[in-house]
Structures are given as structure tokens and as C-alpha cells.
Design a protein around this ligand. Sequence first.
Ligand code: PLP
Length: 470
Amino acid sequence: MKVNDFRKNAHDVVNWMADYLETVEEQRVRAQVEPGSISARLPLEAPQNGEDFDDIFGDFRDLIVPGMTHWQHPSFFAYFNANSSPPSVLAEMLTATLGAQCMSWETSPAATELEQRVMEWLRKMVGLPDGFVGSIQDSASTATFEALIVARERATGFAIADQGLSDHPSPMAYCSEEAHSSVEKAVRLLGWGRANLRKIQVDENFAMDTHALERAILEDRGAGRPPACVVATLGTTGVGGIDSIRKIGQVTQRHGVWLHVDAAWAGSALVLPEFRHMIDGIDAVDSLVLNPHKWLFTNFDCTVLFVRDVESFLRVFSLTPEYLRTRRDAQVTNYRDWGIQLGRRFRALKLWFVLRSYGTVGLQRMLREHIRLATELAAKISAVEDFELVVPPSISLFCFRYARRGCSTEEIDDLNERLLQAVNDSGRLYVTHTHVKGRFVIRFVVGQTYTEQKHVDRAWRTLCDTARSL
Ligand code: PLP
């Protein structure tokens, strides 16, 4: 494609993008296609000769878009959002155009220096104290994996990275039974094995039971298994449980154990001073991850990992073969030394565009509106006879179920599974589920950029009408 053709095609694409955002509400939220139906329409072989852009773009519109789930639909209340915003999309276009690989300061000084500045802005915006330093990673799963690697090295005197696990007892990790699966995945990948992750029971508010945590640490230490890391969660994925950083921090400090905080979703709410109580006790925290790609209007992927002891990260991740050495290495930050990835996208640009476009006040306004919408709907649900609010709002997530009078617990589980299926099949909204104390519940999360009162009202009407017609 010649640059002149690129110019014309890019205008067509941008027009389509603006139309899409204007009309996304007309789409059915969750893709309504059967497995294999998209691939059945794709040629088995790549083309021998180049094709016309109009044909490619036409297939994108006709074949790909109908097979997409629309995460930017205002009636997306499923999982946790991966919300984006127009300034973020524009920055992504520029990032793609520059096509820079920002592994070292020299390979794009502006990318490194912007990341440093934006990390500092965000640190202050979310109320983390001086001493925390951030970097952008691809996902919370990667960031937690990285934190666990460094925790392991610190617990074993930085021996395992050199000598491997064979001469060392496997270090132990701890999280609550409500923690995200990325913690277990990290422990499996680290070679510690699932058996060396202790899933600690939660209390009635779905927060980690810190007495049980301390008992587990003492037991492991007594048996010669070195406790390496506790992963606390702010905003568990199922029900939004908030672990007490202060109480867990007292335990980790007593036993010299690394404390990593997974605030992948709820971390965005730290932009609101009224939610800073979640980081009460932050002085005991070694690392904290939050995802602007979930609830800070920044396109996936953009995870931020804040750490206190950068030196330990550098000691573990820095590896400079001759072909990567640059003459400024001693003077500059090379973000490739802060984590697993060597090559890095220019992700700071989109966060910079977002933070500047909305400002702290604008972001606070949007988050507070989401929280208000969730809180009001939860109150409405708890006031209705045949519905039950099972878990009250944690920030902007709550869980409920349809509880038709006279039905057994099993029948209610079945009704709710059918309700979930029916509303998602209708394409009018998208919700997902979890289990609470063994019972099937529907999760409802408000966090999409374009969600307004009318979308929440419509979702509630659809849920009521569908449930009562089952
Ligand atoms: N931690 C929590 C609490 C989550 O809810 C999620 C995903 O929803 C993750 C971690 C994993 O996030 P990512 O997709 O960025 O790896």
C-alpha cells in the first residue's frame, strides 16, 4: 500500500470507527455466532497475491464485526470491563503508526521518559506514597508473575535465578480462596507447583482471614518451607472482596514475607479519595498492580505495576548481552530490565492522552457515576420480592439472583442459569456469573465508558421481564 493510498484508506477507517462508536448500541452485545462459523468462511490458504484494501476492509465489516463481542457497548455489564475511550484509541493509532519498539531508552527516549512521567502522575492520582515506582506491563497476570519471581528471589537470597530450584525447598505463596486464577497460574509456571500455593479461607465479607494466613505461614516455616509471598486482592473477580492490607501487612512484616497487591480492577477506584481506605497500611506493601485497561478508559493492554524495591527487579530481570548494550545505559532507565518482555509497545502514550483529556476530575466524575448506577440498581433489586441481592455492591460490582418464591435451591440455580443464558442470547445486555457459597449468582459490573442511566434501567427491565417469563 502506497502512502497516498494509506491516507485515503485511513480516512475511510476512521470514519468507520466514528460510526461504530456512535452506533455500537445497536449491536447485540455478546456475539451471537456458533463455534466454527467464522472460520468456516475464511479461506484455508493465505492469498498468493495481494488483495485490494476495499475487499479486506469489506470482509472486516461483513465477516469479522458480526463475530465480535462488543466490549465498548454501554450494556456490557460482564466480567470486568475493558473500557476504552476516543483519546485512547487515537493514541493507539499513533503508537501503531510510529511502530516503535521501546525496549531501551535509546530505542525511543520519549517513550521511556513519558512512561516515567505518566507513572509518577498515576502514582499520585491513586494516592500511593513516595517510594513506589511504576512501569507499564501487558497484563495483571504478567505483573503478578513478575512480582512472585522477585519475591521468590528475595526469599532465597537471589539463589534460584542462578542455581535453579533443585537445591532449594520450594518457596510458598499465599492468597485468598477468592483470588484471581492468575496467582495460581504464576505459581504453576514458577515451578513451585499448585501444592505450594495456600488458598486461605475468607471471612463473611470475602476478605482473607488473616489469622488463618498467619497459622499457615507458621506451619510452613516450621516444616522448612520458606514463605515467599502473600498476594492480597483489592476487588476479587467473583464478588469484589477487599482484603485488609493493614492486617495482612502486619502478618507479612512479622514474618519478612513479600506483600503483593492485586488491585487489577479496584485499583482504578483509588483515583477517588473516598476509596483510599483500601490502601490503609500501604507501607507494608512491596508491589501493587492495577489495570487502566479495565476501568480507566485506556485500551487493552495497559497494566501498571508499582514496586518499591526497583533494585530487586533489576537484579532479577536485567540481562544485557552485547547486542543490547548502549552507551547511555548507566544514565538512563531501560524498561526491558523491569520485567519479562524485552520488546515493549509504546503504551504510555494512550495513558497520557487519557489522563490529559479527562483530567483527574473528569475521571473521578465518570467513576462516581458508574458507582452510583451500580449502587442504585442494587438497592432496587434488594427491594423486589422475587429477586435477592446476594452480595451488596463492592465499588461498582454486585451479585444477585432471581429467587422465585416456592422454588428449591436447585431450581433457583437452574432458573438463574437459564436467565443468564436468555438475556445474553437476546444481545440486549451482557452479564456473567459466579458461585457464592456454592450457589449460582449473576454478577453485575458497571464500568463501560458509555453506560448511562437508561442502559442500566433497560438492563433491569430485561432481567425482570425475562426472569418472570421463564
Ligand atoms: N486480577 C484480577 C482481580 C482480575 O479480575 C483479573 C482479570 O479480570 C486479573 C487479575 C487478570 O487480569 P489481566 O487480564 O490483565 O491479566
